[in-house]
Every structure is written in C-alpha cells, then in structure tokens.
Design a protein around this ligand. Structure first.
Ligand code: NDP
Length: 244
C-alpha cells in the first residue's frame, strides 16, 4: 500500500514540485486548492501518469471548518495520511508605517493559523496510526527578519515555534515534525521582484543563484523518508548559504 502525502497549496510553485517529487517516489497524493484552475487539471493528470492516486480537496487553510472537511475527505478517499506538508502561504509586504491591520492578520491567518488548522485535524489520525511526518514550510526571514515583512516573518517565525513544540508533544507517538526554511526560490511569489533586484540578491547568496523548487522538494522528500528517522524539531535552511 502506497504512503499518502497531503500537500497544502499544491497546485503551483514549491508545493507543486513537492507533489510531483512525492508522486515520482510512489506516494499517493492529496492536494489542497482554493479555486478550480488549469494548473489543477494539469497537476492531476501529471500525477496520474505516474501511476499513483491523486485526490484534490478544495478549501482555504485559514478556515478551520474547511480544513477539517478537507482532512475528512482525504481520510474517506485514501484511508490515511502519512505525510503532511504545510506549504500554503502568502505575502503582503509593506513597511509597518503603511501596513494595514488586515495585511498583518491575513498573512498570519493563512501562514500560521492555516498550519495549525490543518495539522490539528490531521494529528488524531497520525496519533492513532502511531506514525507520521509533518513538514512545515517556514522561511529564512522567520529567522533573520526582513524589512517590509513584519507580517510574513512573524508568521514564519511562529511556524518554527509551532514545529518545535509539536515535535515535543508527539515524538512518543513516532510522529516527526520538522520545518524547512527556504531562502529565495524562483516561483510566482518572487516573480514580483524586478530582475535587477533578483540579480542583486543573487550576488549576496554564497552559491550565487536563487534556489529552484526542486532544491526545496528534495529536502521535503528526505524529511518524509526513512533516511530522516532520527530527526525531529529541526529547521533545515535551503538557501544557498544565505543564512549561516
Ligand atoms: P506561490 O505563491 O507560488 O504558491 C502559493 C501556494 O499556496 C499556491 O498554491 C496557493 O494557492 C496556496 N495558498 C495561498 N493561500 C492559501 C490558502 N488560504 N489556502 C490554501 N492554499 C493557499 O508560493 P511559493 O511556491 O513560492 O511558496 C510556497 C511556500 O514556500 C509558502 O509557504 C512560502 O511562504 C514559502 N517560501 C517561499 C519562498 C520563495 O522564495 N518562493 C521563500 C521562503 C518560503 P492558489 O493557487 O489558490 O493561490
């Protein structure tokens, strides 16, 4: 029986690559999405071509009831969840002088509260099966901070605290909880930056390039595998050496 990996925000960017990487490794896949889109259909057919199952569940992770419904639907259709990747995330960057209150709370609600909402609903099943992996996508700015991102970096720092606390709570049930902190990764999230800005940032990175989605997906796959069976409560930076 294949393992089942549930990835939030799995239709594009880093989440999409995580999903494809798991599917290639023989996992059945559950993807969460917000709206029907071409991306959603494409990823489903790409996954099914790899001869694994794909379930798609609609919902906004910042809504607790929707998160509960999504998890129940996956359990009904797949029977279990072995790996949860809390990947869904947004940015609403602005210096604090001009940041609206809603821009702060929206980012916290999706990135941090969303991670709680989905995890809270998955945990009972993992506790029962006495096995599970939870991988939370944080960010290097959750460690270093970043001007213009008080909302985003708070949410990502919160995810690190959440990861460590949960790791301590559930270790006795053989549930391992870790975070991945990407640096600058080429996706639609960073596409908003001008090319000159991207070049400037790349110069400051020891490996002299932005990361790609596979760089992150490889580490997530490792944290879901038996190769990482003695690692919990850790934050692994995938940032080309940006933060040392
Ligand atoms: P993208 O903007 O490309 O993708 C974000 C994904 O999250 C989309 O699938 C989006 O769905 C989904 N999503 C957003 N809000 C919600 C919500 N409320 N409920 C459910 N799904 C939602 O971002 P990336 O792929 O770049 O980022 C993925 C993760 O990696 C995020 O957590 C991000 O913070 C983190 N990260 C990214 C970095 C980067 O440089 N790119 C660096 C560090 C961390 P939809 O299509 O419906 O919008």
């Amino acid at each position: 029986m294949n393992k089942v990996a549930f990835v939030t925000g799995g239709t594009r960017g880093i989440g999409r690559q995580i999903v494809l990487t798991f599917a290639k490794a023989g996992y059945d896949i559950a993807i969460n999405y917000r709206e029907e889109s071409e991306d959603l259909q494409t990823i489903k057919s790409e996954i099914e071509q790899l001869n694994v199952k794909c379930v798609q569940v609609k919902g906004d992770v910042s809504d607790f009831d929707m998160s509960e419904k999504m998890v129940k639907e996956i359990i009904d259709k797949m029977g279990k969840i072995d790996v949860l990747v809390n990947n869904a995330g947004i940015t609403k960057d602005m210096l604090i002088m001009r940041m609206k209150s809603a821009d702060f709370t929206d980012v916290i609600n999706v990135n941090l509260v969303g991670t709680f909402n989905v995890t809270k609903n998955v945990i009972p099943y993992m506790m029962k099966q006495r096995d599970g992996r939870i991988i939370n996508i944080s960010s290097v700015v959750g460690i270093s901070g970043n001007a213009g991102q008080t909302n985003y970096s708070s949410s990502k720092a919160g995810i690190i605290g959440f990861t460590k606390s949960l790791a301590k709570e559930v270790a006795s049930r053989n549930i391992l909880v870790n975070a991945v902190a990407p640096g600058f990764i080429e996706t639609q999230m960073t596409d908003v930056l001008k090319d000159e800005v991207k070049e400037e940032i790349s110069k400051t990175i020891p490996l002299k390039r932005m990361g790609n989605v596979q760089d992150v997906a490889n580490v997530v796959k490792f944290l879901a595998s038996e190769d990482s069976s003695y690692i919990t409560g850790q934050v692994i930076n995938v940032d080309g050496g940006m933060l040392m």
